[in-house]
Design a protein around this ligand. Structure first.
Ligand code: SF4
Ligand code: SF4
Ligand code: SF4
Length: 199
């Protein structure tokens, strides 16, 4: 499949008089790559086709779909200022992203109410704040037979539980339908074993 994407001046990668046609996937992937590995995303890499998309950028709650978000967001930082938990940060591309390493989302909606554009919108088709998946990585202490239930104790919705395996370690498991994606389990984990992905 071939995509043709015109990267605009507003999106900040190219100078005023340049238009760019590449098979890049979504702009959010470009931004994520810039955020994670800014040195790797040189124009030369783009031209050579050496760009490999990273994980999807984790937008604030009630963000519209990625293409619409990056087209619409004014990168004014109003959502960042409004968040009482201080978990929204500006990525190197200038767009807001969530960092659960700083805390959890209480779904207070202040960010979406502060947004002057439709980039964050309660009127959107997607009424849920976001669709997430939780990954408990191999760093988890329980898998190494070290007793730990910190994430479970943090999870107010009760979406985590300890699952015993016959002859194996007792490890945390997720009940996806009960997970709100609040991210409260991320920061307290002593070995940073939990990752929340936005789908
Ligand atoms: S809903 Fe509230 S806590 Fe969550 S990111 Fe927005 S402002 Fe922050
Ligand atoms: S408040 Fe809205 S327009 Fe402003 S940076 Fe946040 S998402 Fe973008
Ligand atoms: S992100 Fe999901 S699993 Fe983690 S504390 Fe929140 S509800 Fe529980």
């Amino acid at each position: 499949m071939t995509y043709i994407i015109v990267v605009s001046r507003k999106q900040g990668l190219f100078s005023e008089n340049m238009a760019c046609l590449f098979c890049l996937g979504a702009m959010g992937n470009v931004e994520t790559e810039l955020q994670n590995n800014p040195e790797k995303l040189s124009r030369a890499a783009l031209i050579r086709g050496g760009f490999k998309p990273g994980p999807k950028a984790f937008r604030p709650p009630w963000a519209r779909y990625e293409q619409f978000f990056t087209d619409t967001c004014e990168r004014d930082g109003h959502c960042i200022q409004a968040c009482p938990e201080k978990i929204i940060i500006k990525s190197s591309g200038g767009f807001p992203v969530i960092d659960f390493g700083l805390g959890e989302c209480t779904f207070c909606k202040r960010c979406v109410k502060a947004c002057p554009s439709q980039a964050l919108s309660l009127d959107a088709d997607e009424q849920k704040p976001w669709q997430v998946s939780i990954e408990i990585t191999e760093k988890c202490l329980s898998g190494k037979k070290i007793e730990c239930r910190i994430c479970i104790d943090q999870c107010e919705p009760g979406a985590l539980f300890m699952k015993p395996a016959p002859g194996g370690p007792v490890t945390p498991e997720i009940i996806p339908e009960q997970c709100t994606g609040c991210g409260a389990c991320v920061r307290p984990c002593p070995v940073k074993a939990i990752k929340v992905h936005q789908r």
